[in-house]
Design a protein around this ligand. Structure first.
Ligand code: ZN
Length: 629
């Protein structure tokens, strides 16, 4: 299958830069790593060669690497944060009772030297010349002997020694589900330098932003262990473990205790793997001939659930291909990693035990990140709503698609969650850095939920058809790049013709809320005047449905002046009148219906409920006199 791989390498490497700012550039990092894992003491060592291309106009005198493992040490910044935050991640703390009060203790705080994680770098060279390095927590700073000029290439080499921490979060060993090695954020990873400068963020909790490039990774490990991870296995007929071509008999060299697994991953920005002695390994054909790999522990319930998981994931991948665009690699792996779920290039490490529904949901979510993070690599640390929110949006659609009974509005729960956050008074703007939220709960709702509503509400603004086209165009224009919030907004503008600057600003950079009301309904001769009021700060166009006592319905649409746009009628079966636009500066708006008040049964603002109006009871007018008859 090497030929296929070469073709895909070629097609992925020469992505046209059309439809994007001509000045766009991104760095490139091509890794070669050779690693050896000691499965007895969970220590590993390796060599890394990194060919780094500086496509910027800056001369770089320093570079930074992430040493994520160092977060799992007592006294680390992650440990410190865990001890301060009001609602620490339950997986990262133990609960004890002191003086009758429940106290949560950081699990990192109590790690012993042979349980901590670390990554130590030695012998750093740039083009063969020794370089000065300094480790600051989870960051390695390198003073370069030779500044990297704009549009030039350099080669970094280094040796590293690591220890896999007892699993606290994401990466680690021997977790609660008994998986030996969850190898995520495990290698020295160069920080991204983009149009905003360096992103050498410390590893406090979340999340990531990486450099696009090609990975060539050799892992030597005890021959009993099965590995699942990023990349295509190059020596599958030497390795076996379920990767070999059908009918191939695997004969290991005599006396061999280890195997060296050789993976190649083209155009990715991360590399993760999991390994266990007891992994079962299934390969199922997905859409477009993509191989879906499943690695899970050999427990009766896990086996039963993971066998059922596979056909669902085939359907979900097919759904995402149609909704957003084709998955561009030829392989994807679902790996039981034993802690939550986390997206990586061409794979996920996720919880494997538990109920089937939960596993399907997690699998659908993490697979969705292949589109919104591992192809459209927005900066997760700065804009978590772009990957978590958009993934939640397509996940909710996919889950509704495969559900036995389909909901008319699969996003209803998201809106209710958002309303509860607003009511709590704790909301922070979505433009907050993902580590800077006061509470984990506030982060989760702002990024997953409010991020998903960014899209479902966009369909209220520009129409479902325009939103569907927007997602496809966004995917084709920005794949294998680092799209920013403005890129999704501009794409929606290009598709629909609407002006959406106000939407991006109000929704993602403020905590302004939407609250429109029906203020007054009064007779005006034979007609009826309806007066609406804008109570919230945020502007919105209005869809209004009027139901009459004779059972007929009609709708009215009030365009928002600053959008310069008229939406298609979302319900063509109901006659719609487009009224004069409403300019935000005016707090109220009156329009006339050419029917008498007593013929009106009900008036409702936004019957679709896709507009996130935080106060719903003032959205409805019920004609009480009519009701009493
Ligand atoms: Zn996610």
């Amino acid at each position: 299958m090497k030929n296929t791989l070469l073709i895909s390498l070629f097609s992925l490497a020469f992505v046209p830069l059309s439809a994007q700012n001509r000045d766009y550039w991104q760095q490139k990092a091509d890794y070669k790593m050779d690693v050896s894992m000691n499965v007895k003491n969970y220590q590993y060592n390796g060599k890394q060669e990194l060919v780094y291309t500086n496509n910027s106009n800056d001369t770089l005198k320093k570079v930074y690497y992430h040493l994520f493992n160092n977060a799992f040490q007592p006294g680390s910044e992650m440990d410190g944060r865990l001890q301060c935050i009001k609602d620490p991640d339950a997986r990262m703390v133990t609960k004890t009772t002191v003086d009758g009060k429940e106290v949560k203790v950081s699990r990192i705080k109590n790690l012993k030297p042979d349980e901590i994680g670390y990554l130590k770098i030695t012998n750093f060279k740039q083009d063969g010349i020794s370089s000065t390095t300094k480790t600051i927590g989870t960051i390695l700073e390198v003073i370069l002997p030779k500044p990297i000029l704009p549009k030039s290439q350099t080669t970094f080499t280094l040796d590293f020694e690591g220890q896999v921490p007892v699993q606290i979060r994401r990466s680690g060993r021997n977790n609660s589900e008994g998986v030996a090695l969850s190898m995520t954020q495990w290698y020295p990873k160069i920080a991204e330098f983009d149009f905003e400068g360096w992103h050498a963020d410390p590893y406090i909790a979340r999340e990531f932003h990486g450099v696009w490039g090609n990975f060539d990774v050799k892992i030597t490990i005890d021959k009993e262990y099965t590995i699942g991870g990023t990349g295509y296995l190059q020596n599958k007929n030497e390795i076996g473990h379920g990767y070999q071509d059908a009918g191939t008999e695997i004969v290991y060299p005599k006396k061999t205790k280890t195997l060296t697994w050789h993976f190649v991953a083209p155009m990715v920005h991360d590399f993760a793997w999991g390994a266990d002695k007891d992994y079962l390994h299934d390969v199922v054909k997905g859409p477009n001939d993509v191989d879906l790999h499943f690695f899970y522990k050999n427990n009766p319930k896990t086996v039963e659930n993971w066998k059922k998981l596979a056909p669902y994931m085939v359907k979900v991948m097919d759904f995402y291909n149609h909704k957003v665009g084709n998955y561009p690699y030829k392989q994807y792996s679902f790996i039981q990693g034993g802690d939550g779920g986390m997206e990586y290039a061409m794979c996920t490490l996720m919880l494997g035990n538990g109920e089937l529904d939960g596993i399907i949901g997690t699998g659908a979510h993490e697979l969705g990140h292949s589109w919104f993070q591992h192809v459209l690599a927005s900066n997760e640390s700065k804009h978590p709503w772009m990957d978590e929110g958009f993934t939640t949006y397509i996940e909710d659609l996919a889950m509704n698609e495969i559900a036995a009974t389909k909901a008319e509005n699969p996003f209803k729960g998201n809106y209710n969650n958002y309303y509860r956050l607003v009511a709590s008074g704790k909301e922070q703007p979505q433009s907050t850095h993902s580590d800077r939220y006061d509470e984990n709960r506030v982060y989760s709702i702002a990024s997953y939920i409010k991020g998903s509503i960014f899209l479902s509400q966009l369909s209220y603004l520009i129409g479902q058809e325009n939103l569907d086209k927007t997602l496809k165009r966004y995917y084709s224009d920005f794949q294998f790049k680092h799209p920013t919030p403005n890129d999704i907004k501009r794409t929606a503008e290009r598709i629909s013709g609407a002006e959406l600057d106000w939407y991006l600003t109000d929704w993602t950079q403020t905590t302004n809320t939407i609250d429109y009301a029906i203020k007054n309904v009064e007779e005006n001769g034979k007609n009826t005047n309806i007066t609406l009021e804008r109570i919230g700060r945020m502007p919105m166009p209005m869809d209004i449905l009027v139901e009459y006592t004779d059972g007929t319905k009609e709708s009215f649409y009030i365009p928002l002046r600053m959008m310069n746009f008229v939406k298609e009628n979302p319900t063509p079966s109901i006659k719609r009148t487009v009224l004069n636009d409403w300019a935000w500066g005016f707090q109220s708006y009156t329009f006339e219906i050419q029917k008498s008040k007593n013929t009106i049964k009900r008036i409702i603002i936004d019957p679709s409920e896709l507009m996130a109006d935080v106060k719903k009871d003032n959205n409805v007018f019920l004609n009480v006199t009519e009701e009493k008859k």
